[in-house]
Ligand binder design. Structure first.
Ligand code: SF4
Length: 361
């Protein structure tokens, strides 16, 4: 099978997109990106950059210094340097600002977790990580051609009971009840259908590492079955063929949760969904402290929040190069807003799940 015979290249995260909202996949594949109203601040992009840097630094450390107990900080700095060297001027400063002290503690703890995992009795192979390839693929046949699903894991380790996947997550991993998110379990289950070894053996255990100082957690029993995953991919492949060029033929599933993280939302007529909280207001002043921009908002009108906002609102955006030129007189809308803290003088910190739109008069 050569690349030229592959019609579409999928990823586990695209399957998650499809299951959460097929319209999202359609807009991403077939539409030219329409310009959204206002300005989308790059909070979500910042999160992706941060995750990429931390993953890459851990991977490099494993390859070069698999036995050291403490994480070699120099590798993190060099990784930021590499990402910055390939990016636009000014990006490196932003990248450095993205890696917080908490991230550095996270990476040190995660490093120790992985060392513990390798030292555990169940793990018998003492070679340099990763013992096996960490990239693999799955081929899905559909009437109009073959689709390829590419997967990349953080580590594959041999245990007495077979091969185990290890993946660490830097973003949101749990729902409000503390359950691991279905999107993460679906991603792990996709990897379980792939072979990462030359012998064609598939993994049979999956470990998730998340958060500060967390222990590797065996999530194998919670994964959807391989047959469920293959049938979802088959559905995605067939839909991609039959609905090609017409994203409106796909059934949207707008919801506060699905739309909150959607990168297609500025071009989506279904966004924001009816149940998404929004805050509108006019900027009366701005003040920058370090990488944070504090914005005073007046004439505030909020919908969908559990309690009304009864006074002026201060919004902090941190850090974002897209917020550089916000100024007094601009009108602002926060979509996916949460209830601000405080009474009288309300405070709101914009995070990756919210979107800030600006309107100029
Ligand atoms: S904004 Fe919501 S409805 Fe629109 S594509 Fe994204 S998830 Fe689907």
């Amino acid at each position: 099978m050569t690349d030229s015979s592959v019609l579409f290249l999928w990823s586990p995260s695209l399957l998650n997109d499809y299951v959460e909202c097929p319209r999202r996949v359609g807009l991403g594949l077939w539409n030219e990106k329409p310009q959204g109203e206002g300005v989308l601040l790059p909070e979500a992009t910042s999160g992706a950059w941060r995750g990429n840097i931390l993953h890459k630094a851990l991977e490099t450390a494993w390859r070069t210094s698999a036995t050291s107990r403490s994480f070699p900080q120099q590798i993190l700095l060099e990784t930021i340097e590499q990402f910055g060297a390939n990016a636009q001027p000014g990006r490196r400063r932003l990248l450095e600002a993205l890696i917080t002290e908490e991230d550095q503690r996270f990476i040190a703890y995660t490093w120790e977790d992985l060392q513990e995992l390798r030292g555990a009795r169940a793990f018998t192979n003492d070679g340099v990580w990763p013992e096996h390839a960490i990239e693999s693929q799955l081929l899905i046949d559909a009437p109009e051609g073959t689709h390829r699903v590419k997967g990349r894991i953080d580590a594959l380790i041999e245990t007495d009971e077979g091969l185990a996947i290890v993946d660490y997550k830097f973003g949101e991993t749990r729902d409000s009840q503390g359950n691991v998110l279905p999107s993460i379990l679906r991603q792990f289950a996709t990897y379980m259908t792939m072979s990462f070894t030359s012998g064609g053996e598939t993994p049979n255990r999956a470990f998730l590492i998340e958060g500060l100082g967390s222990q590797p957690e065996d999530v194998t029993d919670r994964l959807p079955s391989s047959s469920t995953i293959l049938s979802e991919f088959s559905d995605l492949a067939n839909t991609a063929g039959t609905a090609s060029g017409d994203p409106t033929a796909l059934v949207a599933r707008p919801s506060d949760r699905n739309c909150r993280w959607c990168r297609e939302r500025t071009g989506c007529s279904e966004w924001p969904p009816a149940d998404t909280a929004t805050i509108d207001g006019e900027i009366t002043s701005t003040a920058r402290t370090g990488d944070s921009l504090a914005i005073e908002l007046d004439g505030v009108n909020a919908t969908g929040l559990p309690r009304p906002i009864t006074g002026p609102l201060t919004i902090t955006i941190d850090p974002s190069d897209g917020s550089e030129d916000l100024k007094a007189g601009d009108s602002l809308r926060i979509v996916g807003a949460q209830q601000p803290t405080g009474t009288g003088a309300h405070r709101l910190k914009v995070h990756a799940g919210m979107t800030v739109l600006r309107y100029r008069r």
